[in-house]
Every structure is written in structure tokens, then in C-alpha cells.
Design a protein around this ligand. Structure first.
Ligand SMILES: Nc1ncnc2c1ncn2[C@@H]1O[C@H](COP(=O)(O)OP(=O)(O)OP(=O)(O)O)[C@@H](O)[C@H]1O
Ligand SMILES: Nc1ccn([C@H]2C[C@H](O)[C@@H](COP(=O)(O)O)O2)c(=O)n1
Length: 417
């Protein structure tokens, strides 16, 4: 038992804990003993003397089960927690160690609610793959300690909570590849296959995949992808290009997946991104077939899948994105590369005006684009950082006809059409 605890102490104290405060991560660490003067990390600076804090970290060996549990846990906690309780996203990770991220929540309970919250936590920990810790404040309010919930009754191992430096990478970056951004069809299919029993629709989605895919096949005619945030004019431009060039118009996700898209949009990122990744490979096969007969215009492709996934996984300013040149921005080796990718850019106010005048229903991510300037700038910057099939930005603010003329100029210059 003593050896087990020693190991736990060593492993646990190499971790950094991150709590989202006002849309940006704040970090703290834990140590067996304090060295120097205690300084309460800023996560705890606004906690009242009588408040209690808890962390819940999901640690399931199976990532599909773990991600779905993490996704549902927020709703469950929001329903069960007494009014006035604080609930923030939280994670724990070992700096620079890929795959070390554990996701969870940080709770702050008001005085008087502790027994209700503690019943909820005990029940949660007994039935689910979740590790709960509680945090207590010293008498003078200068020091916080963390202890594992299941040990808190008798002889608990207490760790001192200490401030931690901001790590080189945002924690989500550690788990991004093949969790948020898929780098091969096989990886995306593996996730969907694991969901077969819980989401029966995955079988129909996988059934749409062709039996073989050849990313190296060079299309006879140019393949031009049009990218951009919603309401930047992709539909307008792609339809005009189809008519002007006598091209075939395709989109990703492809039409054959439309019936199931809403279902996957309600799933956690791991499953949702796997669905969009598979959609790109189905569109790639359609491109292969059509590009032997005519030029092909594609409304959204891998840039959209990667840029939205990366921008959603990290929080805070653009500087929290994976650095330029990072592996996550590279085009997947097994996915067809377009001849040209045009990124439509638009002033946020004009984009809002177009959204309002169109008045259609928006997805959660589109709502987020509207309300969250930081999210918008992260998506745009992620688009720009993608390499392998880099995009060329085109100002979409002039009239639809002028934008079409500019796009045609670009296509003629780059694709010799
Ligand atoms: N160049 C333009 N000038 C003014 N209005 C435009 C222009 N291009 C498109 N619009 C209008 O802006 C609105 C959004 O355009 P569109 O539907 O083509 O964008 P989108 O990028 O395809 O959006 P989404 O990704 O949400 O489907 C439409 O009402 C469209 O008529
Ligand atoms: N190839 C694609 C296409 C779309 N998405 C995601 C990204 C956004 O959440 C949303 C935008 O699509 P729209 O509403 O404009 O059709 O869909 C993706 O991940 N990959």
C-alpha cells in the first residue's frame, strides 16, 4: 500500500492542472511539500473562505466511452448541482507528453451545499470512470491542499497546491492528433466502428465508403476547393463557378450523409470529427470519379474539418493554437489533394449582415462564431496555417460578380484553365 501511494504521489505531482476562467486556462500544480512561501494559484484567488472546491477528471481506458461520459457529465452536473455552484472546464496533463490529457470539471460549492455535493460526487465516483479530488483551504487562507476524494475520510494523502508556469503548449494540443484532427481514414473509421452499438447510424455512414481509395491518383481536371467561415459566400461562389466553368459541384460532407449529420453534431468532438473526416474521404472518391470528366468545385473540404476542430479544442487567444508548422496542420497523406484552395475572407460586420439577411438556422459552432471573436480568429488563423494544400485568401466583400471574376482569375493563373 505504501509503495502504491508513493507511486501515486510521484505520478500525480508531475501533472499540471488547468481550469478555464473567462475562456482562458489558468494553471496550478501540486507538490508533496512546499518549498518557499505559499502563493495561492489564481484559480483559487476568488474562492470565499467557506467555499469548497472539487475536481473531477475522467480516466476511462476506452476513449469513446470516456469522451461520451465527459460530454454528458456537464449536463448532468448542471442539472444536479445546487444554485450558486460554479462549474468550469478543467484538464490535467503532463507537460509535453502526448496523450497525457485527462478532461474534466472543476466545481466550486457555496457554504451549506457541501453535503448535497458530496453525495453527488460519491455516487459519481462509485459508478463511473472518474477521479474526484477535493481542495481545502488552510486557516489563514494562504494555502490550499488537494486530496483524493476516496481517501479523504481516513489518513488522506494531501498535496500542496502550488502555482504553475504556463506550459509551452495549450493542454488540448497534446491529444489533438487522431482525436480532434484525424490523419488517416483508418483512424477515423476505428472511432466510428467503436460507436456501432451506441449510435446505430454509424453503420450506414461507414457503408457509404468506397471499397478502395487511391489518394495518389492524379485527377485529369482541376479540383478547386472553396473555404471560409459561414456566410462568406461559398454557396454563391461555388454555384457561379460551376456555371462559368461547366464544372461539377460537390460538397463535404457529401449529400449522401445529410440524413445523419445532425445526429453526429450532437456527439462529443471525438465522434463528431471522425464523422466529418470520413465525409471528406467519401467526397474524395466522388471527386476522383467526376474529375475524369470535368473540373470539380468543392464547397468545404479538409481545411474546414481541421480548422474548426483545432479552434474548438483550444481556448483563449490565437497564441494558444498549435504553433505554425506543427504536425496538426499537415494535409493527411491518404487524402486527395486539391489543385487549388481558395479561402473567402470577410469583415466580421459584413459577415453578420449577410447572416442576418439570410436568416437560416445555425449550428452551435456557427453561433459560437457570432458571439466569440476569439473563436472566429482562431478558425481563420488555423485555416491559414494548413500546409500541403495551402489556401489562397480572396477578399469576399465586393459584389458577388466581382468575387466570381477574381476567383476565375486565380483559377486560370493556378490551374491553367
Ligand atoms: N459577394 C456578395 N455580396 C453580398 N452578398 C453576398 C455575396 N455573396 C453572398 N452573399 C449573400 O450572403 C449570404 C450568405 O452567402 P452564402 O450562402 O453563399 O454563404 P456560405 O459561405 O455558403 O454560407 P454557409 O457556409 O453558412 O452555407 C446569402 O444571403 C448570399 O446571397
Ligand atoms: N468538411 C467539413 C465541413 C463542415 N464541417 C463542420 C465545421 C462547422 O462546424 C460546420 C460548418 O458547416 P456548414 O454549416 O457551413 O455547412 O461543419 C467540417 O468539420 N468539415
Amino acid at each position: 500500500m505504501a509503495r502504491h501511494l508513493k507511486l501515486l504521489v510521484q505520478r500525480w505531482s508531475s501533472r499540471v492542472f488547468s481550469v478555464e476562467v473567462d475562456g482562458a486556462p489558468r494553471y496550478f500544480g501540486i507538490r508533496e511539500q512546499l518549498r518557499g512561501e505559499p502563493v495561492p494559484p489564481d484559480v483559487f484567488s476568488e474562492v470565499q473562505k467557506q467555499d469548497r472546491c472539487y475536481s473531477l477528471l475522467v480516466c476511462s481506458g476506452d476513449r469513446v466511452t470516456g469522451d461520451r461520459f465527459h460530454w454528458e457529465l456537464r449536463d448532468r452536473l448542471q442539472r444536479q448541482l445546487p444554485p450558486g455552484s460554479g462549474l468550469r472546464s478543467m484538464s490535467s496533463f503532463i507537460p509535453d507528453q502526448k496523450g497525457s490529457l485527462l478532461k474534466g470539471y472543476f466545481l466550486q460549492s457555496r457554504a451549506g451545499n457541501s453535503s448535497l455535493i458530496e453525495d453527488i460526487l460519491t455516487d459519481l465516483e462509485q459508478r463511473n470512470p472518474v477521479l474526484v479530488c477535493s481542495y481545502s483551504q488552510s486557516e489563514d487562507g494562504q494555502q490550499w491542499t488537494q486530496c483524493l476524494w476516496y481517501q479523504s475520510e481516513d489518513n488522506p494523502v494531501r498535496f500542496c497546491v502550488v502555482p504553475s508556469e504556463t506550459p509551452k503548449h495549450h493542454p488540448s494540443v497534446l491529444n489533438m492528433i487522431n482525436s480532434d484532427v484525424f490523419y488517416s481514414l483508418d483512424e477515423a473509421c476505428d472511432v466510428l466502428k467503436q460507436c456501432g452499438d451506441i449510435i446505430p447510424e454509424t453503420r450506414s455512414v461507414l457503408g457509404m465508403l468506397p471499397s478502395s481509395l487511391d489518394a495518389r491518383r492524379k485527377p485529369d481536371f482541376p479540383v478547386i476547393v472553396i473555404e471560409g467561415l459561414d456566410a462568406t459566400g461559398k454557396t454563391t461562389l461555388t454555384e457561379s463557378l460551376r456555371d462559368s466553368l461547366g464544372a461539377t459541384l460537390l460538397r463535404s460532407p457529401p449529400q449522401c450523409l445529410s440524413a445523419w449529420r445532425g445526429r453526429f453534431d450532437r456527439e462529443p468532438p471525438l465522434i463528431r470529427r471522425a464523422f466529418y473526416a470520413v465525409g471528406n474521404y467519401i467526397t474524395a472518391e466522388q471527386i476522383n470519379q467526376e474529375a475524369s470528366k470535368s473540373p470539380v468545385i468543392v464547397d468545404r473540404f479538409w481545411h474546414s474539418t481541421a480548422a474548426y476542430a483545432i479552434a474548438t479544442a483550444v481556448t483563449g487567444p490565437v497564441s494558444n493554437l498549435p504553433h505554425e508548422g506543427a504536425e496538426v496542420y499537415h494535409w493527411p497523406g491518404d487524402l486527395l489533394q486539391p489543385s487549388l484552395v481558395i479561402l473567402l475572407t470577410l469583415d466580421p460586420e459584413e459577415r453578420k449582415r449577410r447572416l442576418r439577411s439570410r436568416g437560416l438556422m445555425k449550428t452551435d459552432e456557427e453561433e459560437e462564431l457570432d458571439h466569440n471573436k476569439l473563436f472566429r480568429t482562431r478558425v481563420e488563423e488555423a485555416y491559414r496555417r494548413i500546409v500541403g494544400s495551402a489556401c489562397i485568401a480572396l477578399d469576399a466583400s465586393p459584389s458577388a460578380d466581382l468575387v466570381l471574376q477574381q476567383a476565375l482569375l486565380l483559377i486560370r493563373a493556378k490551374c491553367h484553365l
